[in-house]
Design a protein around this ligand. Structure first.
Ligand SMILES: Nc1ncnc2c1ncn2[C@@H]1O[C@H](COP(=O)(O)OP(=O)(O)OP(=O)(O)O)[C@@H](O)[C@H]1O
Length: 914
């Protein structure tokens, strides 16, 4: 299903709620309904009415042990799910198309449909109070969409399943994000499409609901679907009505005003949140009591990592295989609980920028590693703890079964032990965790006293309630067991009376209890036996006495099961009422799990606690790549130093042959900085890390053929984004900028980029720049802050040996042909390449380099052109501050490259103001 179709259907979503339903006959045609529904059977009439109300959903219509789909839905479902299509006689001459899925397997089928972008409305049988007892009607009990699925089988427990609501108002975006499986909910506001995109990339929601304006805001919606698999539904405008949104939030959170929730200042954020809750109420049809709080969230509190850098650094999954193994998270995640895994993932995706907060996390790790026995004991107690967050959500949804409650209690029973150990810890975060961790002993006691130790899975099968909890339950149970005794007494008596040795009392769901007589003894059957059922080898009978006994026994059983279910529901509601305490405790457990995991990983891998500074110094001694070192056997990873500061060592130009380890080295630096800001120890002998506000990377070729962009276009788009957004507090990792085009253009672009970055007025970010353009080493000494490094190799005859060690100075050769030889390129080709390299003079390149650094007056034409560019910029601009900047630009005093850079930046600035 395409985005357009989704969004168009989304617009009509539940249009009957607010709009007039003038489209009734249209929707009949759309869904393949007959024009005249009066000819339909009563059940089909009921179906058609429901379908009209939920016209944008596939309707799963409960009939007995199946969910059935009809008409257009049946055609879609049979096509998408590859299930058999049959026909249903519904009072028409023609049969209506129909298909169905078994009730017990429905979750899987629903999930497959929503993965493809459909919404599914689940229509269940419910008792109709207006009709006679036992008669049912059907109603839609829930709508399932990608962001609202509760399917435990398909959801990744180590990842949040977010629903994101976006409202685009003028230049601004209001944004609310919720995970209904955990109750997590927060809101924010953003002022640029790029910032919004960064947040979408960070949280990768399963579903976005939005207003129409968002679709026109410049965000590439098709790309969100194609690249990130996000379903986007545009909702009717009424969802975003300011007053309605405020009212919805006040009602949901039971507050008189929104200031009380701490979100009063967020105008568009409130609208996005209001729309989100309206949507949830429409689809979930439950009180959502587990969504007990909403918090403001500020992207500025975290390190900004754009989407391509997230991919390049392989933070939570690898670039190619899209799997966790091989990512940073894979190294760091030794958590014991699902909550801990989700929290760690969010830490990795959102490194901190507040030095004090980072130190607090590092302090917690340090203390845990100072007491390794306690740390490991804590991890033992964490091990059996279930996903409390998702359990409490299921309790609120009333979908938790008796076994879930027992698991819940056994999880809570671990808490006092953990608290006891934590009481001995002093670091601020661990103390805080201990305070937040409520042992919840009252809830454990409630569950343990009421629910049996090993209750059945099905809630209506009895055996849920513990002996001694409720007098009536015990009484019904006794009469049931006594009843069994009465039955066997009756059986023995009848055997004696009739002389039928094989006589047995049997039970069957339809016919109840009966006396079974095999055909051999049929002649001995007495007159007072009434025949009930004929089997192949036997007959079944009933007597008045057996009938009376059956009424007594089955009556007790029915009453017992009903009472047990009632009591269980009540206990589940009592647990659900404690949602706030439980969620706070779950958060504390998750954080503790993360710290214990990070501490253990640090100890096992010889990581060290980094020093954190705010002066901008990055000084890493013997740093290692956290992931590559795991992949290389026998501790063969060669460590390297990194030194960057805000003064003379801002930009490192790194040369060296292919395969030498340039990319590994640069990524390792970025990852060490990032790990430190997560609050993790780092793979190095020592590290002093100046907090960075953003990490940008441009690494390797990441073709984006799907979006129709060439490799070079993707590269330049990323470079443009980096240059526009990097600050003097950022860290840039630039790998072979310009290699995707001709040598001249590539070298010139790389050169200009370094000039731009080294200019502290324009950028000034700390940068690692790997390149095969040896000409760039000319820049050392000419541009402030630029230093050359290379990765050492040793020549051994015709071959090279990689030393993997970074040393001061530039490499003089590229050794491309030697690396090609190593890779197994045929000897004849290697030989020919050697000849060619000798023949090809690199004079052109050298001349070009000379041109770029040549005295300015020799380039008169260029200066004329630059003057014209300055004038034309001046003519287009309206902002006074930019006018001043253009006026003050003394082009004659700059190199052409510098002048071009400044004009380019001014042009961008003007564009951004538009
Ligand atoms: N410090 C190191 N110690 C041990 N092995 C290393 C080290 N650095 C890199 N390697 C190994 O060398 C391989 C090549 O490294 P890398 O991709 O970083 O080289 P490169 O110089 O960027 O190459 P190219 O210029 O072709 O992109 C890595 O896959 C890794 O296995």
């Amino acid at each position: 299903m395409s985005i357009d179709k989704n969004t168009n259907e989304g617009k009509n979503y539940r249009n009957n709620v607010v709009k007039s339903t003038s489209g009734t006959s249209k929707s009949r045609i759309n869904t393949g309904f007959p024009e005249d529904i009066s000819v339909l059977s009563p059940m089909m009439k009921e179906y058609v009415k429901t379908k009209e109300e939920y016209s944008d959903c596939i309707l799963f219509y409960r009939l007995g042990d199946f969910y059935e789909m009809f008409f257009e839905d049946a055609l879609t479902a049979s096509r998408e799910l590859e299930i058999t299509l049959t026909g249903k006689d519904c009072g028409l001459e023609e049969r209506a198309p129909m298909c169905g899925v078994p009730f017990h397997a429905a979750e899987t089928y629903i999930n497959r449909l929503i993965e493809k972008g459909y919404k599914v409305a689940i229509c269940e049988q419910v008792e109709d109070p207006k009709k006679a007892k036992g008669l049912v009607k059907r109603e839609v009990v829930r709508i399932v969409t990608p962001g609202t699925t509760l399917d435990t089988m398909s959801l990744d427990e180590s990842k949040n399943n977010y629903l994101m609501s976006i409202v685009s108002i003028g230049e601004h975006f209001g944004c609310a994000i919720a995970d209904i499986t955990t109750g997590d909910c927060f809101l924010t506001e953003l002022d640029k499409p790029q910032k919004l995109l960064d947040e979408i990339n960070k949280f990768t929601p399963a579903e976005i609901i939005c207003n129409d304006a968002f679709l026109l805001s410049g965000v590439d919606v098709a790309d969100l679907k194609g690249r990130l698999g996000i379903c986007v539904f545009a909702l009717d405008p009424w969802y975003f009505d300011d007053q309605l949104c405020q009212k919805t939030l006040k009602e949901h959170f039971h507050v008189g005003n929104l200031e009380g929730l701490g979100i009063g200042d967020y105008d568009s954020g409130i609208i996005a949140s209001g729309a989100l809750f309206l949507y949830l109420k429409e689809t979930q049809k439950t009180a959502l009591s587990h969504m007990a709080s909403i918090r403001p969230y500020s992207a500025e509190k975290y390190m900004l990592i754009d989407s391509s850098s997230r991919r390049n650094l392989e933070l939570v999954e690898t670039m190619r295989e899209k799997q966790k193994r091989g990512s940073l998270l894979w190294v760091l995640d030794k958590t014991k609980t699902a909550m801990g895994a989700r929290t760690l993932r969010s830490y990795v995706e959102q490194p901190l920028i507040d030095a004090e907060e980072i130190e607090k996390r590092l302090g917690a790790l340090e203390e845990l590693n100072a007491k390794p026995m306690d740390r490991d004991e804590i991890r033992e107690y964490l091990n059996p703890i279930y996903d409390l967050e998702r359990l409490i959500s299921r309790i609120s949804y009333k979908s938790a079964n008796p076994r879930d409650l027992v698991s819940f209690a056994s999880s809570l029973e671990m808490l006092p032990y953990i608290k006891q150990i934590l009481a001995e810890f002093n670091s601020p975060l661990l103390t805080q965790i201990n305070e937040d961790m409520d042992p919840l002993s009252d809830i454990t006691a409630l569950i343990r006293n009421s629910i049996a130790d090993d209750p059945p899975l099905a809630q209506k099968d009895g055996g849920i309630i513990r002996e001694g909890y409720n007098e009536d339950v015990d009484k019904f149970r006794r009469s049931r067991t006594d009843g069994k005794k009465w039955l066997s007494e009756l059986e023995a008596r009848e055997r004696d009376r009739t002389g039928i040795k094989s006589l047995k009392i049997k039970y069957n769901r339809v016919f109840g209890y009966s006396l079974e007589v095999t055909n051999t003894f049929r002649d001995l059957v007495p007159e007072d036996y009434i025949r009930k059922q004929t089997l192949t080898n036997a007959e079944r009978y009933i007597t008045q006495e057996l009938k009376d006994l059956e009424d007594l026994i089955l009556g007790a059983e029915d009453k017992l099961y009903a009472l047990e279910f009632e009591l269980f529901s009540d206990i589940r509601d009592q647990v659900g009422a404690e949602v706030v305490r439980i969620q706070r405790t779950a958060k504390a457990v998750a954080a503790l799990d993360v710290f214990a995991s990070l501490a253990l990983v640090a100890q096992r891998n010889n990581f060290v606690r980094p020093k954190i500074n705010e002066t901008g110094l990055i000084d890493i001694r013997n740093g290692r790549h956290p992931v590559v070192e795991q992949m290389i056997e026998n501790d063969m990873f060669i460590p390297n130093d990194t030194y960057l500061d805000n003064h003379k060592k801002r930009i490192s130009i790194i040369t060296g042959p292919n395969m030498a380890g340039k990319s590994t080295y640069m990524r390792q630096t970025a990852l060490i900085v990032l790990m430190a800001q997560i609050g993790s120890f780092v793979p190095a002998d020592s590290a002093n890390i100046g907090v960075v506000d953003r990490i940008f990377t441009r690494v390797g070729a990441s073709d984006d053929l799907a979006s129709g962009q060439s490799t070079f276009m993707v590269e330049m788009t990323e470079v443009a984004n980096i240059l526009r957004n990097a600050t003097s507090r950022s860290l840039l990792i630039l790998d072979e900028i310009g290699r995707g085009t001709s040598t001249f253009d590539g070298l010139s672009i790389a050169w200009a980029v370094i000039e731009h970055i080294s200019n502290t007025k324009l950028c000034g970010a700390k940068t690692l720049f790997a390149t095969h353009y040896h000409e760039l080493t000319e820049l050392e000494g000419k541009l402030s802050g630029v230093n050359n490094y290379c990765i050492a190799v040793k020549e051994k005859g015709d071959d090279i040996v990689f030393l993997r060690k970074i040393v001061k100075g530039g490499a003089d050769k590229s050794y491309g042909i030697q690396v090609a030889k190593l890779a197994g390129v045929p000897d004849s080709v290697i030989q020919r390449a050697k000849e060619l390299v000798e023949e090809l003079s690199d004079a052109d390149i050298t001349a070009a380099v000379k041109d770029l650094t040549a005295p300015k007056k020799k380039q008169k034409i260029t200066y004329d052109q630059l003057d014209m560019a300055q004038m034309s910029l001046f003519d287009t601009v309206q902002d006074n501050d930019i006018i001043e900047e253009i006026k003050n630009l003394e082009i004659g005093n700059l190199t052409p490259m510098e002048a071009l850079n400044i004009l380019y930046n001014l042009q961008n600035k003007i564009k951004n103001r538009w």
